[in-house]
Write a protein that binds this ligand. Structure first.
Ligand code: SF4
Length: 1433
């Protein structure tokens, strides 16, 4: 922890700046408030401090906090200190509430408020679980800020600290350098913590340590025998005013949460007849302020009359209430004889602040209109101008007296539906105008409309003010422009609204007949707020009608957000629920409690009782989240439940005999469990029904769990065999099965793969958990288990226990439960020559023999399943890549396509993927996986225009997951595109004058070329060659155009397609055996890793290094391999010879044709060109290619590579043109909190007039910037911090593939994990003094090697979650493969292994020696000479 303890005097021109100095890292979101009185002074701090981070909005803080909330215990007490404008606090409520429960990281939020200001926004977070502290003077502000930081560090409880916003004249603040102060703070932090130490105690003690004296957090001044005592949070009433008015005292609260009621009670003299809560808040629910309710909860022995004086505004120019005003307020207070509230501003004739809106306040009993108005006020506070209440919510009729049609939900829903249609028309109109190049539009209006289209559903961007600006632009160009007519007519819908229907509990009596039902079933983004005013919320009858539980009813739909709230029980929870309902992209129902009662105190007490006793539980339910989608928010119930569960856990620990109980303590809600069970049961019932309808033999259940598909394949084969033997078969995933039914199964077969370190695949976890926990008697069940694993996956002898562990565990457990084993577990081993199938064959025959079914009944009438198709057959019968893709796209019943269309789609540049983060949860609920598609663009040479960049940016926002990836193939990749948007996205890419044809599949892929900016004068030539080769080798099929681009979508099929028959002159109907990749490099830079490709061109330059003469041609490179399969290996390309440059294109064709004709089409693991090269040798290859070329290669010419990384920053090689290379971590273009990279690059694209060049290392070059534009582009880059290259050279030379969550093949994290690993390695690198020494480091999530790991000096290849193989010894020039150094290492082991080697390198390296060369010279690792010896260690 670091505080400015080193200074005795802190100099700063504002309190805010001084406060900001009190933390190690300060985040600032206050600059969003243009009117902030201190915003300007913050600049001083920004200039001074590295520890100051500016965020555009407070939600960035929430994201940062979420990001630091890791399981890493070292981060448990990380302190984040933030400066936040009062109005932004509400958006932090979810963060504060979550932190209040989790207690990490430590968060202190400093909020500037003026001394007499409205503190509504601050007190709005009073139920969030955070402490709320207020300092009254400028020195106090710094003292309290330090104390808050210390207390937050100690407790983990978030603290909101309000301090005086005024800058004042003071420029010096007392510091904390005195040894005694430092010692006191240290002693306090190290002192053992009482288990019940409260935030109140912690703040007090921290303050004492800082200022060296005890300070009261509730203090009193004024007459000892005061008759009227004012309670304030802040210093709105001065000592001078109190002295001037007889019989008056003031209790000043510095810590509003947690409020210490006994301190409050003690502070008030027993003489007080009236205790007045002086609430400085406009947000006074039902007119009553929050302080008043605090007074109401104190047990007063002398029973003073409690009053509430609401002072809703900041009096202009007034620091505190004057003596005269206090006199008037006091006189009025003395006239009131029962609990009442009044407007102190009006009584005291205090001038109102024009910006605040004081509410008229009735004195006396609370009225119904006032109470229900509380929720209306909350909606206004939460959404401001965005709020759209569509029915007549302010009408009294809405609260249940039958009223007018316009108060009904149907009425409001109809209006909202109409408005949604209008907005959809506006979107269509804007889209049409933007697409039509003939529509005359200024650049400004074009950009503004495009911006709106891309962010139209983002409330921060599509705001009312942004809409007004857009309308202004439109107005200036609309006259006479007919194309803009529709947009002008519909412009009222530019701003995104928060749509609400508001009603009373009368709606609950006839849900089915009411609009609530329509809203829920519509799926529209409409929110319903229902206020239940019943005195007894549990009463189910009214006037003979039955009241329904709307919350439960809505949850049953399974697709609506649902929350239950009560404003007088938890104000913050209401705000959080409203915000979540608004953000939920579908219907949302918030049921709100507000009991009818005669007095405000009655409302409060009844609310508290109903919530605490569970009659009105507070909860929130988001159907998208699982587990934990059901959040119980009633604090008392939560505590009781937690206590109960603690006892339950203790019981479970001493006795394992009650597995049902252990299921009850799982952190999944009862509702979720019940829902999952129902879903599984429904699926099981359907399967059982179908099985019963089709066959009537003995029943057999086959369950499988498999990550890679082999376990499922084995299960399907067993099912087929069983059906042929006349059995009634159900075959399903383990977690789709209703476990409760297991005891009723008679015959059970299990097929299960092994994942990670002997773990069961994700889709079998729940089943195994339940199996281990159950005590069911399975004596009626006969079973057999087949497992799939790899006996050599884990290298150490003691790891043999992991081999096929899930299968052996299940087999053992079933036998323990009394089930009868038909045969012992069958074990398939990937190490067998035939892989797992060898073990399967033995198991299969043993099984049927044991059942006396080894002879298949001749009477079996189950038709043979068609034989599985091979990839080669699939290509041939696809009718030139059509397959049934069009039908699959038209099928809206699923987000997926079948396996065979999926394989064909790759040729069209897209892969089907699913979100593996949510896979298990969805499968457990019986839902299909969260399917989406990755799209890769064909972009030869990686060159894109700014317009193309913007096109991709917009598509990523509109149809993708809001991000783009610059891939190692030097092109754009989109992720998360849903099937229904696939065609539109493809069309968008083509409108941007790009395409995706052959970006994946068994064809020539995107051709990459050097982007080295130091040789920018040669780049156009190699980019052109890349484009020429790409065009020359492009598949000729018309399927791409037919499926994606034709105006009418043709339901093409393999049998009948377009009128003209396609013909593939180069590929033929079965295309290539595997992918074919080409790269072009210009020495001395090997930024493309030219040896990693099937075919590589190395440019040979003239003596002046100005012109390309020709190319050395290399073949047979490739990265992919399979763990533990030595027949697979990475290989670097070897040289065929030299050709003049005008022969380069034809060489690409002829090399490809040799591979087409001689590549292995029987085994895809042996089908890459590299294996054909090793199978036949280079001489054979040279003969084959030359025979097709009709000329010979010349001998290879000399060249030298020096490096394979990118060059960052500004470079210039072509006269008049400049280039700037931006470091992009792992190529991911995304807007992250505090780093809106995607937005920033789109901004650059709007201003830049040159090109973009994507590099093969995943970075970006702003290319061809004219000399005269350099300054403006540099300024623009700086303003977005895109010119920041202050990273270690290790990070600048890092690269990771996508891996989880989207890549189906990933075995471990890669892109999401490498940055963290580099953080840790950077510490070692810094200690070794190697921050500026480049070491190429790469990571992939599986051995396929998309990020070219085997060419790196240090590489990690995923093996299992959290475990990687570590490779060392690649060259810095990309011309030597590395070799495995340690297998299956975790993070700790990586650091342990690498730290001494890195330190040794720092000390013992030769001049200019790179890390990869060093580890070989020192004998740390053996050099890999060629692919075939890659596995020799
Ligand atoms: S290397 Fe493996 S995990 Fe990474 S993107 Fe490629 S296939 Fe997926």
């Amino acid at each position: 922890m670091s505080f400015p303890l080193q200074t005795t005097t802190l100099r700063a021109s504002s309190t805010a700046a001084a406060v900001a100095y009190t933390a190690a890292i300060t985040l600032d979101s206050t600059t969003a408030v243009a009117t902030s009185s201190f915003a300007a002074n913050i600049d001083e701090l920004v200039a001074d401090s590295d520890n100051f981070v500016r965020l555009p909005q407070a939600t960035g803080i929430a994201a940062l906090v979420a990001d630091t909330d890791t399981s890493d215990s070292s981060k448990q007490r990380q302190l984040i200190s933030a400066l936040v404008a009062p109005k932004d606090l509400i958006s932090l409520i979810p963060t504060l509430r979550a932190l209040g429960r989790q207690q990490r990281p430590s968060l202190v939020i400093h909020v500037p408020v003026s001394s007499a200001a409205d503190v509504s926004d601050v007190l709005a977070v009073r139920d969030s679980g955070s402490a709320i502290l207020r300092s009254m003077s400028q020195q106090d502000a710094v003292d309290y800020a330090v104390a808050a930081s210390i207390a937050a560090q100690r407790l983990g409880t978030p603290i909101v600290h309000c301090f005086p916003a005024e800058s004042g004249d003071s420029a010096e603040f007392q510091g904390y350098a005195a040894p005694s102060t430092q010692e006191a703070i240290r002693a306090y932090l190290q002192a053992e913590k009482d288990s019940d130490e409260s935030a109140h105690d912690a703040v007090r003690q921290a303050l004492a340590a800082v200022v060296g004296e005890e300070r009261e957090l509730v203090s009193y001044f004024g007459a000892k025998d005061a008759q009227v005592v004012y309670v304030t949070f802040g210093n709105v009433v001065s000592q001078a005013a109190v002295s001037a008015v007889a019989g008056v005292g003031v209790v000043q609260i510095s810590l509003a949460r947690p409020l210490n009621p006994s301190a409050l009670k003690q502070a008030v003299p027993a003489s007080a007849k009236r205790v007045v809560a002086l609430d400085q808040t406009r947000r006074a629910e039902a007119g009553w302020g929050p302080l008043f309710f605090d007074l109401a909860l104190v047990a007063w022995e002398h029973r003073p009359i409690l009053l509430n004086a609401v002072l809703p505004s900041s009096p202009a120019g007034l620091d505190t209430v004057t003596p005269e005003q206090l006199e008037a307020i006091n006189a009025h207070a003395l006239t009131l004889a029962s609990p009442a509230h009044f407007n102190a501003a009006a009584v005291g004739s205090i001038p109102e602040d024009a910006s605040a809106t004081p509410q008229p306040i009735d004195e006396g009993a609370v009225s119904e209109a006032a109470t229900v108005g509380a929720y209306g006020q909350l909606l206004r506070d939460a959404f401001g101008l965005r709020l759209r209440v569509a029915n007549a919510s302010e009408s009294r009729s809405i609260w249940g007296d039958g009223g007018r049609a316009e108060s009904t939900p149907e009425f409001g829903f109809g209006r909202l539906a109409a408005e949604a249609q209008e907005r959809a028309r506006l979107v269509a109109a804007v889209t049409a105008v933007l697409r039509d190049v003939k529509v005359p539009l200024s650049r400004e209006l074009h950009a503004a409309l495009a911006e709106w289209l891309g962010s139209r559903d983002d409330p921060a961007k599509a705001s009312a003010s942004a809409a007004a600006q857009l309308s202004e632009l439109l107005k200036a160009e609309a006259a006479g422009n007919l194309a803009l007519e529709d947009i002008v007519r519909l412009q009222a819908h530019f701003a995104v609204q928060s749509n609400w229907l508001v009603g009373g509990d009368a709606w609950a009596y006839d849900i089915g007949g009411s609009g609530v039902h329509h809203v829920l079933s519509s799926g529209m983004n409409v929110n319903v707020l229902l206020v239940d005013t019943a005195a007894d919320p549990t009463a189910v009858q009214r006037g003979g009608a039955r009241k329904k539980d709307i919350g439960l009813y809505a949850m049953n739909y399974g697709s609506a957000y649902v929350a239950s709230v009560a404003v007088y029980a938890s104000y913050a929870q209401v705000l959080q629920a409203l915000a979540e309902a608004d953000a939920f992209p579908g219907p949302a129902v918030v049921v709100a409690y507000l009991p009818r009662a005669a007095t405000a105190i009655g409302v409060l007490q009844q609310s508290k009782r109903a919530v605490d006793e569970g009659a009105w539980p507070l909860y929130r339910w988001d159907p998208r989240l699982d587990p934990g989608s059901f959040q119980l928010d009633s604090e008392k119930l939560r505590r009781e439940l937690a206590d109960f569960l603690k006892r339950d856990s203790a019981l479970a620990a001493v006795s394992r005999a009650a597995p049902k109980l252990s299921a009850a303590i799982a952190p999944v809600s009862v509702e979720a469990q019940a829902g999952d069970r129902l879903a599984r049961k429904a699926r099981g019932d359907v399967d059982a029904l179908m099985a019963g309808l089709t066959v009537s033999g003995p029943p057999l259940l086959i369950l499988f769990a498999s990550d890679g598909g082999n376990g499922e394949e084995a299960a399907r084969r067993l099912a087929k065999s069983a059906r042929r033997r006349g059995m009634t078969v159900r075959c399903m995933g383990m977690d789709e099965y209703d476990f409760e039914e297991l005891a009723y199964e008679r015959n059970l077969l299990i097929s299960v793969s092994t994942a990670g370190q002997g773990e069961i695949p994700t889709a079998g976890r729940e089943f195994l958990k339940a199996l281990l926990a159950t005590t069911a008697n399975l004596s009626e069940t006969a079973f057999a288990v087949f497992g799939l694993g790899d006996s050599h996956y884990w290298p150490r002898a003691e790891d043999a226990v992991f081999y096929n562990k899930p299968a052996r565990d299940i087999d053992r457990r079933l036998a323990e439960l009394g089930a009868r084993r038909i045969v012992g577990p069958g074990l398939g081993d990937d190490q067998d020559a035939d892989g797992w199938e060898a073990g399967f064959g033995a198991f299969d025959s043993e099984l049927w023999q044991a059942l006396n079914l080894d002879v298949v009944s001749s009477a079996a009438d189950e038709p043979e399943e068609p034989p599985a198709r091979t990839d080669e057959e699939n290509k041939v019968i696809s009718n030139f890549l059509r397959g049934t893709i069009s039908q699959a796209l038209a099928d809206t019943s699923t987000g997926a396509v079948d396996e065979w269309d999926g394989k064909l789609l790759k040729f069209h540049g897209t892969y089907m993927q699913d979100d593996r983060d949510v896979r298990a949860a969805r499968l457990a609920r019986g839902e299909e996986k969260a399917f989406s598609f990755m799209i890769r663009v064909r972009l030869p040479g990686g060159v894109a225009t700014p317009a193309q960049w913007l096109a991709m940016d917009a598509l990523a926002s509109e149809h993708g997951n809001q991000t783009m990836k610059i891939t190692t193939r030097q092109t754009f990749q989109l992720h998360g595109v849903l099937k229904r948007n696939l065609r539109e996205t493809m069309r968008g890419i083509n409108r941007g004058l790009m395409d995706t044809l052959a970006a994946c599949g068994d064809v020539n892929r995107n051709v990459v070329a050097s982007a080295n900016p130091l040789q920018a004068h040669l780049q156009p030539e190699v980019a052109r060659l890349a484009s020429d080769i790409s065009t020359h080798l492009l598949p000729a099929t018309s399927a791409y155009h037919e499926i994606w681009l034709a105006d009418e979508q043709v339901a093409g099929s393999a049998e009948q397609t377009s009128a003209t028959t396609d013909y593939e002159p180069l590929y033929g109907p079965n295309y290539l055996p595997r992918k074919y990749k080409i790269a072009i490099a210009i020495p001395p830079e090997n930024d493309v890793d030219v040896f990693a490709y099937d075919l590589g061109y190395i440019a040979i330059l003239d003596d002046a290094q100005e012109n390309i003469l020709g190319y050395n041609v290399v073949i047979g490179g490739g990265m992919g391999m399979t763990h533990n399969n030595k027949a697979t290996y990475p290989r670097l390309a070897t040289c065929l010879g030299y050709v003049p440059k005008d022969r380069a294109v034809i060489v690409s064709e002829k090399v490809m044709l040799v591979q087409r004709d001689h590549g292995d089409r029987t085994n895809r693991k042996h089908a890459r060109l590299k294996y054909t090269v090793d199978d036949h040798g280079m001489d054979w290859w040279r003969e084959q290619v030359e025979a097709r070329l009709g000329f010979s290669f010349e001998p290879a010419r000399p060249y030298a590579f020096t490096r394979n990384g990118d060059r960052y920053g500004w470079t210039k090689s072509t006269p008049g043109l400049n280039n700037f290379t931006i470091f992009i971590q792992n190529g991911r273009i995304a807007d992250l909190p505090g780093s809106p990279l995607k937005t920033a690059l789109a901004d650059v694209a709007r201003k830049h007039t040159g090109n973009f060049r994507l590099t093969c290392n995943g970075h970006l070059i702003i290319a061809d910037v004219k000399d005269e534009d350099v300054d403006s582009i540099a300024r623009l880059l700086a303003s977005h911090r895109l010119d920041n290259l202050d990273y270690s050279a290790l990070r600048l030379h890092s690269m990771a593939c996508v891996a989880l969550p989207t890549c189906a093949l990933a075995m471990a994290e890669s892109e999401r994990y490498l940055p963290r690993l580099i953080d840790l390695l950077d510490e070692v690198i810094d200690q070794a003094g190697l921050r500026s020494d480049a070491i190429v480091i790469r990571m992939t999530g599986c051995p396929n090697g998309c990020a070219r790991p085997y060419n790196a000096e240090i590489a990690f290849v995923g093996k299992a979650p959290g475990a990687y193989n570590l490779y060392l010894g690649g060259s810095h020039r990309g011309d030597r493969l590395n070799k495995v150094f340690r297998e299956t290492v975790t993070e700790d082991q990586i650091l342990e292994v690498l730290t001494p080697i890195i330190k040794q390198y720092a000390i013992e390296r030769l001049e200019g020696e790179h890390f990869g060369d060093f580890v070989i010279r020192k004998g740390i690792i053996k050099a890999t000479r060629e692919g075939k010896d890659f596995h020799d260690i």
